[in-house]
Design a protein around this ligand. Structure first.
Ligand SMILES: [Zn+2]
Ligand SMILES: [Zn+2]
Length: 329
């Protein structure tokens, strides 16, 4: 972790310049790649928690397969309530701790500007109320609809289920690959949603949040919710276990709130922190035409939209925008 930021734009940044994961470097860097992968699964990081939650859901909070073979409101409602609780605890807990009660002040906070209490652009004229409303209505419902479809397919044999006992190596490899797949899917759909009318109709709802809080993560147009969760369609092509599916859902259901939290982490004592925030994506909310994907995937670098957090990148992205506005790019 790093220093309070010398640049006035930010109150705090991680070490700059940001770096893309070494998986994509040429010549290949196998040792650095393995170290990076292991670091991304550290216990004091969100990814490991998402996996624990995914396993817990499968063991204790999923309706029996026999019930899910038939579409019926009772088990769908159970899933909807469970997902409502997951989003409420994740986003609500972080919002109360960091923003309402300001338990660590501005320590590790990216952007000191307060969340907007009065701004006409938001539903109900308030950033937090707007963000909560769209997360808890459309967000929970669309997530539940996707989960209902996928679990109904599992229960009826339309999806091929593997088990850890039968294929332990593939089970683990697929788990490691899911965040990279989700990163690719996120980049593609996000980049498309920035195109003219699609942006105006749908994605602009999410971009009302220039500075973000945990509730901003899933504050988006219902069409964008449908697209966001559609990465699970992969499992019609790739055999998996429901734990993989739940882990993939957690990358959005819990991951969207944690990545928009506005802080680099929750402090644990003087020196440690549970790492949460995503400065890579925070830069997207601030500078807009950059960082459409995430730091695990190379797409932004390859397409010239990577912002590494430095003043030089600010200028390069501004220049890129100027050229686009003047029709030169
Ligand atoms: Zn965007
Ligand atoms: Zn966002």
């Amino acid at each position: 972790m790093s220093q309070p930021n010398p640049r006035k734009v930010w109150n705090f940044t991680p070490a700059l310049p940001l770096k893309i994961a070494p998986f994509w470097d040429w010549p290949m860097k196998p040792v650095q790649s393995i170290i990076h992968l292991l670091k991304s699964w550290k216990p004091l990081k969100e990814r490991a928690v998402f996996l624990v939650v995914a396993i817990a859901i499968w063991l204790w909070a999923t309706p029996e397969m026999e019930r899910m073979a038939t579409i019926y409101y009772s088990w769908i409602l159970e899933i909807w309530v469970r997902n409502l609780i997951i989003i409420s605890v994740t986003a609500g807990g972080l919002h109360l701790y960091l923003h309402t009660f300001s338990k660590q002040g501005d320590e590790l906070r990216y952007d000191k500007r307060p969340l907007l209490k009065k701004a006409k652009v938001f539903t109900f004229g308030s950033q937090t109320k707007d963000n909560m409303f769209w997360s808890l209505t459309s967000g929970v419902t669309v997530w539940t609809a996707w989960e209902t479809l996928m679990m109904w397919c599992f229960a009826n044999g339309y999806l091929t289920m593997i088990t850890f006992a039968e294929s332990p190596i593939w089970f683990v490899c697929l788990m490691l690959l899911i965040p990279i797949w989700a990163g690719l899917h996120f980049f593609v759909q996000h980049r498309i949603l920035h195109i003219g009318p699609l942006f105006r109709w749908f994605h602009s709802w999410h971009h009302k949040n220039q500075n973000t809080g945990p509730w901003s993560g899933l504050a988006m147009h219902p069409v964008e919710h449908i697209i966001l969760f559609s990465d699970n369609l992969l499992y019609f092509l790739v055999a998996c276990h429901p734990i993989h599916l739940y882990f993939n859902f957690m990358l959005h259901g819990m991951g969207a709130p944690t990545s928009h939290v506005g802080y680099h982490g929750v402090k644990l004592g003087e020196k440690n922190a549970f790492l949460l925030g995503d400065f890579y994506h925070q830069l997207h909310h601030r500078f807009f035409d950059c960082n459409y994907g995430d730091g695990d995937t190379p797409w932004d670098k390859w397409f010239g939209t990577f912002h590494d957090g430095t003043a030089e990148s600010d200028e390069r992205i501004r220049e890129r925008r100027r050229q686009i506005w003047h029709g030169k790019a």
